[in-house]
Every structure is written in structure tokens, then in C-alpha cells.
Design a protein around this ligand. Structure first.
Ligand code: GYE
Length: 324
């Protein structure tokens, strides 16, 4: 009897201990998807809007987000991706500041069995298998839309010659290369269009101002149009044009890309003529893709958001608040 009671007590003890252990380990294991995201930096309203959207959508979808800001440096992005691998995240996402130089770190992610999603920008690689999905705008089409607007504007003003200056985004970045290619391909068939110079403004407001000052000093009166690859550089350039004694929007045609609230407000004032939209709201598609990857579902290789053109051809007072 004594022996049987002892055995029952031991069995009960084992059951209690193992139930306790199970509970503890359940608590330690977070069933939520763990997503590592390396953001480029904070260079523009677009970028800040993109970060906020990704944070909000992670919250909405119950995704646990490890967010790292690279402060405009590729080496910081590479280090962040290595930390995500060491941390064994479920999915890695990043917005590559430039296209080249990612193969080694992405091979490390592949060896660790972690899928990688590109957000916003693209990379240049000999091994496209390193990337499972690309979520971002069609930058070439944005350049085309900017060029088409300029052609329509030349038609409506009856201009027979347009001297253009281009302030470009970060060299070797996807939006810089594709916006330029789309724009050039569109205007090159039009004999009225002449590009005086393309200059690197690095997507920064301060550089936009510096570039514009230089362009005005160099070409003065002969500038008819500015094509700027983002709102920040446009917003930097406009006061320089005004200080030099010209009216942006009438003396000089101003075309921008992004469509943040500040640029839209300037469009409404008539000091910008055209803003091609580039939406930073990529968070929903990112969360849905990451969740599918975690559960082993197939995902779309490329996801492009829908984009539009805002310009002085429409009633700009009807443009809804932009949210970034
Ligand atoms: O246009 C610019 C930003 O990659 C689409 O980067 C993005 C660009 C955007 O800083 O404002």
C-alpha cells in the first residue's frame, strides 16, 4: 500500500512538473511572425511615411517587427541583415539604398534558410533566387509620366523649345536610374526637348537647393523646366529659383515625384506644375507577403502599387489629404 501510494505521488509529481514546464515554454515561444526590416534612413517625407506605415501595418497584422535605421549607409544595412540572421528572424525585408553589393550577405540569409523581401528599391544581382518578392513602385513608369506631362505642357503653352535641368536621386539607386530612363525615353523623340544637365541631388532637400543654385548660376535665363526626382529636392530648389528672381510654376516648369503633402500644397499654390505619385504605403503588402512566406504559401514575385499624376491640368483643390 505504502509502495503504491509513493508511486502515485511520484506520477502526480511528474505530471505537475511537466505541465508546469509546458506552460513555461509556451509562454517563452512567441508564435507571432518575427520580421527584420532594414530601412535606408530618414532622408525624406516619403521615407518617414514609409517607416510609419510599416510600423502601423506590423501592429495591425500582429507581426513582431525588428526595425533598424541605416542612416543612409549601405554598410549599416549589411550589418543589420547579419543581426537579423543571427537573431533567426522568420523573414528579412530591406530597402536597398543602392543596387550593387548585396550578394554576399544575401547568400548568408539563404544559407540560414531565411526568405528575403525587397521593399521599395531593387538590387543588381547574378542570383535572382536570393530574393523571394519585390514590393515597390514602377519607377520607370513614373519617369514616363513625368515626361508625358512635360510634352503636354509644351503643347498647351505652344512652346517650340524647352531647356530642361534634371536633379536626380541617389546615384546607383533604383528610383534614380529608372526615373531617369523613363523620362529620357519619353522626351527623346520630341525635338523640342533639350536636357542641359543632370546633377546628383541625393534625394536630399539641402542638395536640391545646392544643385539649383549651381544650375541657375550656370544656365540662368535659359532654364525652362526642372525635373526633380523627389519632393524633398524640389522643396529645396524652389526658394533658390525665387531668390534668383524667377517664378517657379510659370517662368520655370517644375516637375516632382513622390506626392507628399508639402509638395501637394505647393502644387495647389501654383509653384509646382506636376507631381507624379510614388506611394510609401507598402506595409500592408509587406505584412501579407511575410505571413504567407512563414506559412509556406507562394507569393507574387513583384508587387507594384497603383500610382497617379497630380498636376495643374486638374482641379488641385480636390486632391485628398495625402497622409505623408
Ligand atoms: O522617391 C524619395 C526617397 O526610394 C521611392 O526614396 C524611394 C525614394 C523617394 O527618399 O523621396
Amino acid at each position: 500500500m505504502k509502495k503504491r501510494l509513493t508511486a502515485a505521488a511520484v506520477a502526480l509529481l511528474i505530471a505537475l512538473v511537466s505541465a508546469g514546464c509546458k506552460k513555461e515554454s509556451d509562454q517563452a515561444h512567441d508564435p507571432r511572425l518575427l520580421l527584420g526590416f532594414s530601412q535606408i534612413g530618414t532622408e525624406s517625407a516619403w521615407r518617414i511615411g514609409n517607416t510609419v506605415d510599416i510600423e502601423e501595418q506590423a501592429e495591425n497584422y500582429g507581426v513582431s517587427l525588428m526595425l533598424e535605421n541605416a542612416n543612409q549607409k549601405q554598410e549599416n544595412q549589411i550589418a543589420a541583415i547579419r543581426r537579423f540572421i543571427a537573431y533567426k528572424v522568420d523573414v528579412i525585408a530591406f530597402s536597398p539604398i543602392v543596387e550593387d553589393g548585396w550578394d554576399n550577405v544575401l547568400a548568408e540569409a539563404e544559407n540560414a534558410g531565411i526568405p528575403v523581401v525587397l521593399v521599395d528599391r531593387d538590387i543588381n544581382t547574378d542570383n535572382p533566387e536570393l530574393i523571394t518578392c519585390k514590393i515597390g513602385a514602377d519607377f520607370y513608369s513614373e519617369g514616363v509620366m513625368a515626361g508625358e506631362y512635360l510634352i503636354r505642357k509644351a503643347d498647351s503653352l505652344g512652346l517650340d523649345h524647352i531647356n530642361i535641368v534634371e536633379i536626380t536621386g541617389t546615384a546607383n539607386s533604383t528610383p534614380m536610374m529608372q526615373r531617369q530612363a523613363g523620362f529620357f525615353d519619353t522626351i527623346s523623340g520630341d525635338e523640342r526637348m533639350n536636357v542641359l544637365e543632370s546633377i546628383d541631388g541625393d534625394f536630399l532637400k539641402s542638395r536640391g537647393a545646392e544643385c539649383m543654385r549651381y544650375l541657375l548660376d550656370t544656365y540662368g535665363d535659359s532654364i525652362d523646366a526642372v525635373f526633380s526626382h523627389n519632393d524633398e529636392m524640389t522643396i529645396g530648389a524652389i526658394p533658390e529659383i525665387e531668390e534668383a528672381g524667377y517664378k517657379p510654376g510659370s517662368d520655370i516648369i517644375i516637375i516632382s515625384i513622390d506626392g507628399g503633402q508639402d509638395a501637394i500644397d505647393i502644387l495647389k499654390e501654383g509653384r509646382i506644375n506636376c507631381v507624379v505619385e510614388c506611394t510609401p504605403k507598402l506595409g500592408k503588402a509587406l505584412m501579407e507577403t511575410a505571413l504567407k512566406l512563414k506559412s509556406g504559401e507562394t507569393v507574387d514575385e513583384v508587387i507594384h502599387p497603383q500610382e497617379q499624376v497630380f498636376s495643374d491640368e486638374q482641379d488641385t483643390s480636390l486632391i485628398a489629404p495625402r497622409g505623408y
